[in-house]
Ligand binder design. Structure first.
Ligand SMILES: Cc1cc2nc3c(=O)[nH]c(=O)nc-3n(C[C@H](O)[C@H](O)[C@H](O)COP(=O)(O)O)c2cc1C
Length: 244
């Protein structure tokens, strides 16, 4: 079974599209890939969950590094150690990575309003990457019940689980997560994701949040806006004035 297009096929399509930035998760892209992107004027970004991962990415020629604090929604992009062993919060991780590498740092995890953006810049980040706040908006492809759960979740409610995809990811626990964890067995990534997809699709149609992957980060409760443009304006208000 070929569950996803191969890395080479995906890369070929991405390079042909000619984006300004190509970003990678789950490791350092091979040197030939970085060179191919750079030859086309495409900047390359990698994601780190620890200082050693950030150093490895910088050594691998990344133009910027996404620093993913433990607060972040979705999959942990860890690659040098098990994701559960690299759970560092953004407040501690961002400045340590800023000190460790010479390339710009993009802060990710727990940022959902102007205060989070201002804090990330104060810690030395040059930009932010935001997931949950956009996932909650009407422009998101997430099912309506998922968007609604993001808006009503509290910071303490999310968990890291491998139940739904086979890889550690942060989301809201539900019946599917509890049942799979109690069963004690599951496939590895990405097969587990494909297997749970069989019931997640139907659950989305039925609007049943108990059988969905309810990915969201610890700042989900700050995701108040229904419109992505409002989220963008709110976040932009936290960027320090470049003239000051
Ligand atoms: C459903 C979902 C899918 C994601 N897919 C990707 C992805 O393909 N590549 C990536 O770099 N980050 C991905 N992320 C991570 C986000 O880009 C971002 O780093 C993260 O959501 C930040 O945490 P926040 O939700 O607290 O803002 C995903 C996040 C979610 C919730």
């Amino acid at each position: 079974m070929q569950p996803l297009p191969s890395f080479d096929e995906q890369l070929e399509a991405a390079l042909a599209a000619g984006p300004a930035v190509l970003s990678f998760v789950f490791g350092v892209p091979p040197a030939a890939v970085v060179e191919a992107a750079h030859r086309r004027g495409i900047r390359v970004v990698g994601a780190a969950t620890t200082v050693p991962e950030a150093r490895a990415l910088a050594d691998g020629g990344m133009d910027a590094i996404v620093v993913t604090g433990l607060e972040a929604a979705g999959h942990r992009p860890a690659f040098l150690a098990e994701p559960e062993r690299g759970l560092v919060g953004g407040l501690a991780l961002i400045p340590q990575v800023v000190d460790a590498v010479d390339v710009p740092v993009i802060a990710a995890g727990g940022i959902a309003d102007r205060r989070g953006v201002a804090a990330a810049f104060a810690l030395g980040a040059a930009g932010v990457q935001v997931g949950s706040a956009f996932l909650a908006t009407r422009q998101s492809a997430a099912p309506a019940v998922h968007r609604e759960r993001i808006r009503t979740a509290d910071a303490h409610e999310t968990v890291l689980t491998r139940a739904m995809s086979g890889r550690a990811a942060r989301g809201l626990p539900n019946r599917a997560v509890r049942t799979i964890e109690q069963a004690g067995g599951r496939a590895s990534f990405p097969l587990q994701n494909i297997l749970t997809g069989a019931f997640r699709r139907r659950a989305a149609e039925l609007g049943d949040p108990e059988l969905l992957s309810l990915w969201m980060g610890q700042a989900a409760g700050l995701a108040h806006f229904d419109d992505a443009a409002e989220v963008f304006a709110e976040l932009a208000a936290g960027i320090p004035d470049a003239r000051s």
